[in-house]
Design a protein. Structure first.
Lengths: 355, 249
């Protein structure tokens, strides 16, 4: 199939519709407003629901209601807006509701800046809302990967009955790249039934209840343990990552999203200087591919592990867990919308090597 | 023997947790009877709030969703947009609807969201133990207003029915109470009318029901009814604030 030039935000919206999503609620915020704009035009054409909400809080609660009613549903926002959605995300996890949440990250904290950043890693992977819960978090590094992962995001959400987050930095949302639509579109009619959904009893069954309240402590503990067991299954089965030239490398860069592309450019610079460098790129940042990273880092050839982020250092904590002290872990990053250059990244590796 | 009165089919066969004398039970029954009489129990999805009626999902005999505090109208919007042929209602108290959820209720009404809201106003936060609500009367004591609500400090009570009636999307808005058999019958008619208009696809409908909280008001059930009649109704006058069918006539 011929390649098409797509802007990241529009591609993710189109990919959602092709993944059988027929319901979108959202609120404008830079740098992701092309998503609701695209949805407002194309979702009704696909026979679906588009609604611009009064706030991100309302949007995520509309997602909650629609998901509880059985719809394949999505919302999107950017960092400050995703903060507002945390309440609803926690409730969705508690009530075991599927759905896809897109975060096109910008600089923070607070209002920060509209330029690309990765400062929401802790929020996405540790849970910005209350309680013990997890999200499956995909962190694509190019627009092709964004559209390839979208269908899987909705499928995993339905399979595990939990929200899935697409964690993009603003660069991916705002740039244009050639892509191919590899997977055939999904028809909402072909999706598995959701017998738990609140669609009306027709007085033929007991009422379905969507709920996250377990007032009895024992019952709430049982509920939490059951959720935890589910998260364990996700950890076992859903880790995704990619490696580039890590075999026999002296330097291992670890990065996700746009910095993974910078890291590959930096590896190229080091190669020219006679230093073999590779890139380990988590595609899921929760569950984090700790063991796979460990296997790469444990190689005799590896002298340093260098984490690259568009933040002041968040994923580096997970890198340290994965590497677990067997090799030195260092960090290079810029925050607030400043993107490190490949030269800066390469120099950080040289410094870590003591050169 | 002829049965003249029994549990509505719209209610599940469980004991509620409501305090003695609380009027939530009556209001639950009126909603349940309405769903039963309109034969829509099987196509109704209710949304429970956070507050005293947080367990409403256990009491109504239809599909239910439990919403985050104040968000019931947004949750109901999500349900109704996906299932436009079903009946969707929210059941919310005054802390839920008139404080933390003012954004959600206002915009649901603005959009003319085709849902019905049962708004139970007892002028206090009941579940959390009697704190001041936005509907608390000036001078009324609450655990966070131990000397009574002071107008210069906390303002005057918010009148939600009047407020929402200004919005074009609102199809029917009425304030009722359940302090006497006659009032209960009026409340029932209002609730039924709201659901009927939803079935006709007329837009947003809300029935505000002035309700008692004997426990947190520190009054006996009978005294609480008297206090409501004497103190709340002058501040929150009963009546129809919006009726799209009258405007058309």
């Amino acid at each position: 199939m011929a390649k098409e030039l797509w802007k990241g935000n529009e591609a993710i919206a189109e990919a959602a519709i092709r993944a059988g999503c027929r319901c979108y609620f959202g609120y404008p915020i830079t740098p992701q407003s092309e998503i609701p704009e695209y949805m407002s035009l194309h979702m009704p054409k696909a026979g679906g629901v588009f609604l611009q909400s009064e706030s991100e809080i309302a949007a995520i609660n509309m997602v909650y209601g629609a998901s509880g009613a059985g719809a394949r549903v999505m919302t999107s926002s950017s960092s400050p807006g995703v903060s507002l959605k945390q309440e609803g995300i926690s409730y969705m996890c508690g009530a075991e509701l599927p759905g896809v949440i897109v975060n096109v990250m910008r600089g923070g904290p607070g209002l920060g800046t509209i330029q690309p950043a990765q400062g929401d890693y802790f929020q996405a992977t540790r849970g910005g809302g209350n309680g013990d819960y997890r999200l499956i978090v995909f962190a694509p590094a190019n627009i092709q990967e964004v559209v390839d992962l979208m269908q899987e995001a909705f499928e995993l959400a339905d399979q595990y009955r939990m929200p899935v987050m697409m964690l993009l930095d603003g660069m991916i949302g705002q740039m244009m790249e050639p892509i191919e639509w590899k997977k055939p579109p999904v028809s909402p009619d072909d999706l598995p039934a959701k017998p738990w959904a609140t669609t009306g009893t027709k007085e033929g069954r007991a009422p379905n209840i969507i709920n996250s309240l377990f007032i009895d402590p024992e019952a709430c503990n049982v509920h939490n343990q059951r959720l935890e067991e589910k998260y364990r299954r996700v950890i076992e089965n859903e880790q995704r990552y990619e490696t580039n030239d890590t075999d026999g490398a002296e330097v291992i860069f670890v990065a996700y999203g746009t910095p993974a592309r910078l890291a590959r450019a930096a590896a190229g610079l080091l190669e020219k200087e006679g230093i073999k460098a590779g890139v380990f790129r988590p595609v899921t940042v929760w569950p984090y591919p700790y063991e796979a990273l460990h296997e790469v880092a444990i190689q005799d050839s590896v002298k340093v592990v260098v984490t690259v982020e568009m933040s002041t250092g968040q994923m580096v904590d997970d890198v340290r867990i994965g590497v677990n002290g067997i090799k030195p872990v260092s960090f290079i990053g810029q925050a607030g919308g400043v993107i490190p250059t490949p030269r800066e990244v390469a120099n950080a590796a040289l410094k870590a090597l003591g050169r | 023997m002829a049965i003249v009165y029994q549990r509505s089919k719209g209610l599940t066969d469980v004991e509620t947790h409501y305090c003695p004398g609380c009027t939530h039970g009556i209001i639950h029954r009126l909603v349940a009877e309405t769903l039963e009489e309109l034969d829509i129990l099987g196509k109704t999805i209710g949304v429970a709030p956070v507050g005293c009626s947080v367990f409403a999902y256990d009491y109504f005999n239809c599909d239910m969703q439990e919403a985050a505090h104040g968000r019931a109208p947004a949750v109901a919007t999500g349900i109704k947009r996906v299932l436009p042929d079903k009946v969707v209602f929210t059941y919310q108290g005054d802390g839920d609807l008139a404080a933390i959820g003012t954004g959600e209720i206002t915009h649901a009404a603005m959009r003319g969201e085709n849902i019905t809201t049962i708004f139970v106003n007892n002028a206090i936060y009941g579940m959390t133990g009697g704190q001041m609500a936005p509907t608390t009367l000036v001078g009324q004591r609450a655990t966070t207003a131990p000397l009574g609500r002071e107008k210069n400090h906390a303002g005057s009570p918010i009148r939600i029915a009047e407020l929402l009636a200004t919005l074009d999307g609102a199809a029917y808005i009425e304030r009722v109470t359940v302090t006497s058999p006659a009032n209960v019958m009026r409340a029932k008619r209002a609730i039924k009318k709201a659901f009927e208009l939803q079935l006709e696809g007329r837009g947003f409908t809300m029935i505000e029901v002035l309700s008692t909280c004997p426990t947190n008001w520190g009054l006996t059930p009978v005294k609480a009814l008297e206090w409501l009649n004497e103190n709340m109704i002058p501040v929150f006058p009963l009546g129809v604030y919006k009726d799209i069918t009258k405007e058309e006539a």
